[in-house]
Design a protein. Structure first.
Length: 137
C-alpha cells in the first residue's frame, strides 16, 4: 500500500508544496491540548484522527475526521479552512508528527496530549464504526 507521500512528514511537506498555498494561518504555540480541555471546548476545533483504519473502526472520538497519517499528504484538501485542527492518534506520537507537518504548511494545529488512550483514561467515550461503545487497540 502506498503511503502517498513516502511515509514521512518531509514527504507530506513535499506533496503539499505542489498544491496551492496554505489554507490557515500558522499556529503560534507549540503545545498540546489535554483531553479534558478539548472535550470542554470541542466546538472550537476540528478533530483529525490520523490512526490506521483498524484502530479507527475499533474506537474513535465521535465527530472526528479520519485521515490515516500515511494518506494525509494526498488528502490535505479535505481539511477545513479557517479551523484550528487538533490531531489525535493512540498515544500522541503520530499525531505530533502530523501537527509538526501541518504547522510547517501554515495550518493552525495542536496535538491531543496522550491521544485516545488519555481520552479514555479521562473517562471520555469512544465509539466504534457501528456507533457502539469503542475501545483503543
Amino acid at each position: 500500500m502506498s503511503t502517498g507521500y513516502g511515509g514521512s512528514m518531509s514527504g507530506l511537506l513535499r506533496a503539499s508544496r505542489a498544491r496551492s498555498s496554505p489554507r490557515c494561518a500558522p499556529g503560534t504555540q507549540n503545545g498540546a491540548m489535554t483531553p479534558d480541555d478539548f472535550s470542554k471546548r470541542r466546538a472550537e476545533f476540528h478533530l483529525l484522527d490520523v490512526r490506521e483504519d483498524d484502530e479507527w473502526q475499533a474506537g474513535h472520538i465521535d465527530g472526528a475526521q479520519h485521515i490515516p497519517l500515511g494518506e494525509l499528504g494526498d488528502r490535505l484538501g479535505e481539511l477545513p479552512s479557517g479551523r484550528h485542527i487538533v490531531a489525535v492518534c493512540r498515544s500522541g506520537g503520530r499525531s505530533g508528527n502530523a501537527v509538526r507537518g501541518l504547522r510547517q504548511l501554515g495550518y493552525d494545529a495542536d496535538n491531543l496530549d496522550g491521544g485516545v488512550t488519555a481520552w479514555t483514561r479521562a473517562g471520555l467515550p469512544l465509539v466504534d464504526a457501528n456507533g457502539r461503545p469503542g475501545r483503543v487497540i
